[in-house]
Design a protein around this ligand. Structure first.
Ligand code: KIV
Ligand code: NA
Length: 275
């Protein structure tokens, strides 16, 4: 099991950190078996497993439900759970209550929150409470409505300066790690160099301390749009579709079940049955 300290050490030693989302027992188990360093129960589950149009409808109860399932599949992997939309703004006391509930009930190693600004205070408060906190800057899917879609962030010098400031503020507030989503690779490299906490990129080039991808994108499973910055390593969706089609065909044709799939009664029992 990695720790916030050993992950920091990986950064120092230039050992890349592999992070992957997972939202249930089998996926987390497979991720752990593949040797991922960190499993993220991301609120992307709203889109890839619950079929919502965005991450906005996802609730703390959803995160707890999936977080617990992922935990059961990967007891030995550093588990991060997202705080969903609307659960960490406004009252700090309410935020803390929600965070404690998600942290305790899922048994996660850390929670992740999108954004800076007032979120910096939340990072500080959670860290003081004993909850390791992962920051998330760049493209913030929970704010897609405000930004006007899912767009690359930090492309202008001003935006890049602001992002660097925000990243430093996250680290100063006690964040144990930072996720950078969809920003120019030069900016991601710069932020990674300036921070001593691990910086994990998605759509942020190869200069970060590690990478994170969405499980369903990585194995091409599902019908959602796959972004440009993803590499899919297998075609799970195609394999599943073909398998299911074959099952339906064989039930219809009678090819399934075959003799090896059935149970039998002994002859003597049969003769008594028929008299
Ligand atoms: O929810 C998620 O999957 C994420 C990653 C894209 C970093 O936050
Ligand atoms: Na997320």
């Amino acid at each position: 099991m990695k720790t916030t300290a050993s992950l920091r050490k990986m950064k120092q030693q230039g050992e890349k950190i592999a992070m992957l989302t997972a939202y249930d027992y089998p996926a987390a188990k497979l991720a752990q078996e593949a040797g991922v360093d960190i499993i993220l129960v991301g609120d992307s589950l709203g889109m890839v497993v619950l079929g919502y149009e965005s991450t906005v409808p996802v609730t703390p109860a959803d995160m707890i439900h999936h977080g617990k399932a992922a935990r059961r599949g990967a007891h030995d992997t550093f588990l991060v759970v997202d705080m969903p939309f609307g659960s960490f703004h406004g009252s700090l006391d309410r935020t803390l209550e929600t965070a404690i509930r998600i942290f305790q009930e899922t048994g996660a190693e850390a929670l992740k929150l999108e954004g800076a600004g007032e979120v910096i205070d939340v990072i500080r408060r959670l860290t003081q409470t004993g909850i390791p906190t992962v920051a998330h800057l760049g493209l913030l899917p929970q704010s897609a409505g405000v930004i006007g879609g899912y767009k690359v962030q930090g492309k202008t010098a001003d935006a890049a300066k602001q992002l660097i400031e925000d990243a430093l503020a996250c680290e100063a507030a006690g964040a144990c790690m930072l996720v950078l989503e969809c920003i120019p690779h030069q900016l991601a490299e710069q932020v990674s160099a300036r921070l001593s906490i691990p910086v994990i990129g998605i759509g942020a080039g190869s200069g970060t301390d590690g990478q994170v991808l969405v499980y369903h994108d990585t194995i091409k499973y599902g019908t959602h749009h796959i972004p440009k910055f993803v590499r899919s390593y297998t075609e799970a969706g195609t394999a599943i579709r073909e398998g299911l089609q074959l099952y339906v065909d064989e039930v219809k044709s009678g090819a399934f079940p075959a003799e090896e799939h059935r149970f039998s009664m002994k002859e003597e029992e049969l003769s008594q049955l028929y008299g």
